[in-house]
Design a protein around this ligand. Sequence first.
Ligand SMILES: [Zn+2]
Length: 191
Amino acid sequence: MSSIPATIHPTAEVSQKAQIGFGTRIWNFAQVREGAVIGQNCIIGKDVYVDFDVHIGDNVKIQNGALIYHGVTLEDGIFVGPQACFTNDRNPRAITAEGQLKGNDDWEVGPILVKYGASVGACSVILPNVIIGRFALVGAGAVVTKNVPDHGLVVGNPAHLVGYVCHCGRKMVQQGKIWHCEYSNWNFEPN
Ligand SMILES: [Zn+2]
């Protein structure tokens, strides 16, 4: 538990209706909107956008320029690389079939959940209705269209599973049903 109040750079725009936990630092030109909840000891980098009602846990690091749209929940200990983008509309259209500009009621939010300890690589894109498992790793530039299992390593567009990673972030070696990290001397058996 931290007892230091949040540190917010004067150029950041943080809504009075957002909740920011102790020890969290918010850098230059970040925007945090109404109803957003950010836990303790987080780092919200330069130019990050945190949309309304987004939930972010404790000890989360969000690198510069990441876009976290409405519908996203990040549990504790998540890493978000620079310019990663969490989307929320599976069927994006600016206009209706009749050519009218769509309003807030003309679309459905697709949620995204990122579970404890996971990492989302630089410039990756996460599509709506996706769950990223505990300690999973999304490679840089990946386009994630479906769920990622716990400790799963996904790369590419569309992102596909290429192995499993340890808590330490290193890729594990397959030994039959078990995946092993030599560095941590830790075994993992995928579901
Ligand atoms: Zn390890």
